[in-house]
Write a protein that binds this ligand. Structure first.
Ligand code: SF4
Length: 282
């Protein structure tokens, strides 16, 4: 049995930099992170061990310093936080800032903004938080529920699968042929390269293992993408989730991981698959 790692997998620079910033500030004094810094339980455990608190809302913050995650937040939330006298550390990924600027430009140019993404995801809340009117879509049915506007400006949550985003933009154009539909592709490059590397890997694999947090959007998108090319795809959070029976009569096991998955978690899953293989050979 051979393990085939996707050419691009695992933690992106945005998440890596945000974790480093959190650890640096935690050394300097008490710190609270607004929302989950990443959707990965092992990373969250490391932060907790450092004494870093997590608050889902600014009203729950008990420290004088608050960190905004790589997912970003709206200018309104930032202003509210500063008005409360809190020092704000921004770990917003530069590519999330790009998406924020794209959305602001669409709104400024008179487009009704439509975001392709998960309505309740922290990044989407940040992208839409400064808008008075907007829509969020994720499935074909959501397009049917949209109202007509002379100008529709579409952008995406950075971790969506770009093919799905393009397909939904196509449906919006079909549904509103008289509207001026402008699409700005805000899916980030690390997400795109992980998606295309996952496709290349899944096409050659008998079994695929995707490593990442259960609530990590980009990990779930990798699972969906791989499932289109391989019938045996399993999503695991840690090596403890890997089951020996998954690998029966498999020659090639593909391995990929979401953008919030640390290298050591991937390595442990890899080692567990090798261990299962060695036992099956005995
Ligand atoms: S997934 Fe993309 S946008 Fe999000 S933190 Fe990573 S690089 Fe930045």
């Amino acid at each position: 049995m051979r393990i085939l790692r996707a050419a691009h997998l695992g933690m992106c620079f945005g998440v890596r930099d945000a974790i480093a910033l959190a650890l640096e500030h935690a050394d300097a004094g008490p710190l609270t992170i607004l929302g989950d810094l990443v959707h990965n339980p092992s990373v969250l455990g490391t932060l907790e061990a450092k004494g870093i608190a997590v608050a889902q809302d600014v009203t729950q913050v008990r420290t004088s310093t608050l960190m905004v995650t790589a997912h970003g937040t709206s200018e309104r939330t930032l202003a509210r936080t500063r008005a409360m006298g809190l020092t704000v550390v921004e770990a917003t990924c530069p590519l999330v800032h790009v998406a924020h600027r794209a959305v602001a430009a669409l709104a400024r140019d008179g487009y009704h903004v439509v975001i392709v993404g998960q309505r309740d995801h922290v990044e989407v809340r940040g992208l839409t938080g400064d808008l008075d009117r907007f829509d969020v879509v994720l499935a074909d049915d959501d397009i049917l529920a949209l109202e007509e506007h002379p100008r529709l400006g579409v952008a995406a949550q950075t971790t969506q699968a770009v093919e799905k985003v393009r397909r939904l933009v196509g449906l919006i154009r079909l549904r509103f042929p008289r509207s001026d539909v402008r699409f700005v592709d805000t899916v980030c490059k690390p997400t795109k390269v992980r998606q295309s590397a996952a496709v290349e890997m899944a096409q050659q694999a008998d079994v695929v293992i995707v490593v990442g947090g259960r609530s990590s959007n980009n990990t779930r998108e990798l699972v969906k993408t791989c499932s289109r090319y391989c019938g045996r795809v399993h999503h695991v959070e840690t090596d403890g989730d890997v089951r020996p029976e998954w690998f029966e009569s498999a020659n090639v096991v593909g391995l990929t991981a979401g953008t919030s998955t640390p290298d050591e978690v991937i390595d442990r899953v890899d080692a567990r698959i090798q261990e299962i293989n060695a036992r099956q050979l005995v």
